[in-house]
Design a protein around this ligand. Structure first.
Ligand SMILES: [Zn+2]
Length: 259
């Protein structure tokens, strides 16, 4: 097999690009990207010999890691700050390093206390719930398939086909999968599957169903489980939910709870 020239050197370049940030590293600027939970950092490197490309460095850092995904070096702080400003919005690279589903176990452990105790839905009820939610999020309603089965996985979301497959009929399972579709389509979150953007979206959807828990209770519990949750600002789905709340609060026809 012939390898396209450049492929290997690309791998080495990437590996070298993880720069360690330690307590003594001067960090000049930091910006948290809400959906992924990663931070864009502008720092000064003390590497010796002095990097020829410059001492100022801008890159992304995964939460609770000290390895900076190195973007670029700069000779001057002004140039570095400019690059920093331009890259705040884009978020970190959508590669395995930033897609790693670090908090999936904590999400399942948090849900364990409530998901199977939520109401069991009929297929028309499932369809009605996703239809109402899709109106709020301004998206096409996903197809819902119910295949009752004893499986380890309770439900699945098929992002590509905008489809939810339910193996158990419980409301919270449906809302979890719906949150995956909303996070993908509305937030365009292509980072961790159960990352901070997913959590904010899921909590927002859960809050529409007061029968599940008192307001704020599930978020409080999630924080106790150590889950990282994006702030509402910067999550497009939260903006749509707020809009819906403003238009719809206290009008019964807007309530997505199945009857
Ligand atoms: Zn999930």
């Amino acid at each position: 097999m012939t390898r396209k020239s450049g492929t290997l050197s690309e791998i080495f370049r990437r590996r070298r690009s993880l720069v360690k940030i330690h307590d003594g590293t001067p960090v000049y600027q930091q910006h948290l990207h809400p959906l992924s939970g990663a931070s864009l950092i502008l720092a000064r490197t003390d590497a010796r010999p002095r990097p020829v490309q410059g001492r100022y460095i801008v890159g992304w850092l995964v939460a609770e890691s000290d390895r900076l995904w190195h973007y670029r070096n700069f000779q001057t702080e002004t140039e570095a700050r400019q690059f920093f400003e331009n890259h705040k919005k884009s978020g970190p690279p959508q590669n395995q390093h930033f897609k790693n589903d670090r908090q999936v176990a904590e999400v399942y452990s948090w849900e364990h206390s409530f998901r199977l105790s939520t109401m069991a839905l009929s297929v028309p009820q499932m369809e009605s719930v996703v239809r109402k939610l899709s109106q709020i999020f301004n998206m096409e309603a996903p197809e819902v398939v119910f295949k009752p089965k004893k499986r380890k996985v309770y439900a699945e979301a098929d992002l590509e086909n905008n489809k939810i497959i339910m193996y158990r009929p419980h409301l919270a399972l449906l809302l979890h999968e719906m949150a995956h579709l909303v996070n993908d389509q509305v937030n365009k979150d292509k980072w961790a599957w159960h990352g901070p953007g997913f959590m904010r979206t899921y909590l927002g959807i859960l809050s529409l169903f007061p029968i599940l828990a008192k307001e704020g209770k599930l978020e409080e519990l999630a924080r106790e489980h150590g889950l990282s949750i994006a702030r509402e600002q910067g999550v497009p789905a939260s903006r749509l939910l707020r809009k819906w709340h403003n238009q719809c609060s206290n009008t019964p026809h807007c309530d997505p709870t199945p009857t």
